[in-house]
Design a protein around this ligand. Structure first.
Ligand code: SF4
Length: 357
């Protein structure tokens, strides 16, 4: 059982982050924010896959114009990603965002920071301080001789202090680097210094496979130590993939479960049917189900029956056909060509019984 780090709790449009609240999953749209139709369509797809908070870049006047409608129609709370312009932050707050991602130090004048922070405080809108190893201040880089974990922590503490000095504590922090070890160390160090919840992520992690592996390592190590309250997997791939990987990390650590988890054997010469294709197809066809179910796809009787019995639904290849298991019990032997249709049908039935119960 993982013992979570004690933190303050913030509320982002109804999603509580920190304390004993479930580690939430978030992602970021990659459409033009000004393209209302495309942005909302992507947010809806992300939400269906289990994305609980969505961030959108508010980088132009056209993007800002789209924000009221995005906030109104989005099925999940919207966080505005702001870089340098305080007017974008104020506009996004007016548009109805539930959170801001903004480094106060990036705003040029203190009165601009104050204006944004006061407005956020008045509307109880949390702000994420997001330190990125790739954009640290030269002064800090020189002092620490590079973008080290200590440099990221110092930068975060400076940003946090700006907010605290203005009486603002609805803070969430991220410390992102593409280096897993630096990221882990930075979060560990900061965890000893501040009470705020953490947004975890490995930035610029890379393409689908590399990004998923590095994110799983960085986010997984920290979550296993009880550090981290909301996660974003960053991939150079469609954001829908980020949400899938995020849920796999959470379910792999048994922190949360959602949807169908397909476990499958690696296959070998003993496999009695095409395990890889079956597992991939099942995963894709059942990706819309929300109820947590475990489906085992096993090539033969060596390890198959054991795994199938431990799963909600299982299939094991045998010389005579495919043995189906439901709720740990042998159900029936079916022809191998019926494996896919049978697994899909049984899993959907179990899922709908689950939602009724
Ligand atoms: S379950 Fe059977 S087919 Fe699958 S890897 Fe093990 S021995 Fe090979």
């Amino acid at each position: 059982m993982i013992k979570r780090r004690k933190t303050l709790v913030i509320n982002i449009g109804g999603v509580k982050v920190g304390g004993d609240n479930p580690v939430s999953v978030q992602s970021m749209t990659n459409t033009e924010t000004s393209d209302l139709k495309a942005t909302l369509a992507q947010i809806r797809r992300l939400s269906k896959l289990g994305c609980e908070l969505v961030r959108v870049a508010v980088n132009t006047q056209d993007a800002l114009k789209a924000m009221p409608e995005i906030c109104k129609q989005s099925p999940v709370p919207v966080i505005a990603d702001i870089q340098f312009d305080y007017r974008m932050a104020l506009g996004a707050i007016d548009a109805g965002v539930s959170g801001l991602r903004l480094n106060p130090g990036n705003l040029r004048k203190h009165w601009q920071i104050k204006a944004v922070v006061q407005e956020a405080l008045a509307r109880k809108i949390p702000i994420r301080v997001g330190v990125n190893a790739g954009s640290l201040d030269q002064r800090i880089l020189q002092k620490h001789k590079g973008a080290t974990a200590e440099a990221m922590v110092e930068s975060a503490l400076e940003e946090i202090k700006i907010l605290e000095d203005l009486g603002f504590e609805l803070i969430k922090v991220s410390l992102k680097s593409s280096d897993v070890q630096d990221t882990v160390r930075a979060y560990q160090l900061l965890a000893q210094k501040v009470p705020y919840p953490f947004h975890l992520g490995i930035t610029e992690a890379g393409t689908r496979l590399r990004g998923a592996v590095l994110s799983s390592l960085g986010i997984g190590i920290l979550l296993a130590q009880g550090i981290g309250d909301t996660i974003r997997v960053s991939l150079s791939a469609p954001p829908e993939e980020e949400v899938r990987v995020a849920w796999m990390i959470l379910s792999g650590l048994r922190l949360r479960r959602r949807g169908v988890e397909v476990i499958a054997c690696p296959t070998c010469a003993r496999a009695e049917f095409d395990v890889v294709k079956t597992a991939e197809t099942i995963e894709r066809r059942l990706s819309g189900l929300k109820q947590p179910l475990r489906v085992a796809v096993m090539g033969c009787i060596v390890n198959g029956p054991g795994e199938a019995r431990l799963s909600d639904i299982g299939v094991v290849g045998t010389k005579k056909g495919a043995q189906i298991y439901v709720n740990g019990k042998k159900l029936k032997l079916i022809p191998k060509q019926d494996i896919l249709s049978t697994l899909v049908k049984l899993t959907k039935e179990l899922s709908s019984n689950y939602s009724k119960s």
